[in-house]
Design a protein. Structure first.
Length: 109
């Protein structure tokens, strides 16, 4: 697997996010209150809202446009909402965030 260093855990505020540009478009990197990190498409499946501007709670993000909630683990819409966003493997090693670019490129192909 091709892991790419995209920054440090401290680059992302608790319950916040940052954007990484990739061949698949903008990827949102989220940090939970428990210092877990998740990578998803930055585009909401509903109205293409910018998920990186949404509210992070537990292992979920709420879209800032129409309040759709997505699982950061699976990308699936929660509750009565239907749809799914892309998710990508990301990990923390020695305080550095690593994104699996093989998975990103595979979703583009």
């Amino acid at each position: 697997m091709s892991w790419v260093d995209i920054g440090t855990l401290n680059d992302i505020p608790l319950r916040g996010s940052r954007i990484v540009k990739s061949p698949a478009g903008c990827i949102a990197i989220f940090r939970t209150a428990e210092d877990e990190v998740f990578a998803t498409s930055n585009t909401c499946a509903h109205k293409q809202g910018p998920l990186s501007e949404g509210i992070v709670h537990d292992r979920k993000v709420t879209c800032p446009l129409h309040n759709w909630v997505f699982s950061l683990e699976t990308g699936e819409a929660q509750g009565a909402d239907e749809g799914q966003i892309a998710t990508y493997p990301v990990k923390i090693e020695s305080g550095r965030l690593l994104l699996n670019m093989d998975a990103v490129v595979a979703k583009v192909a």
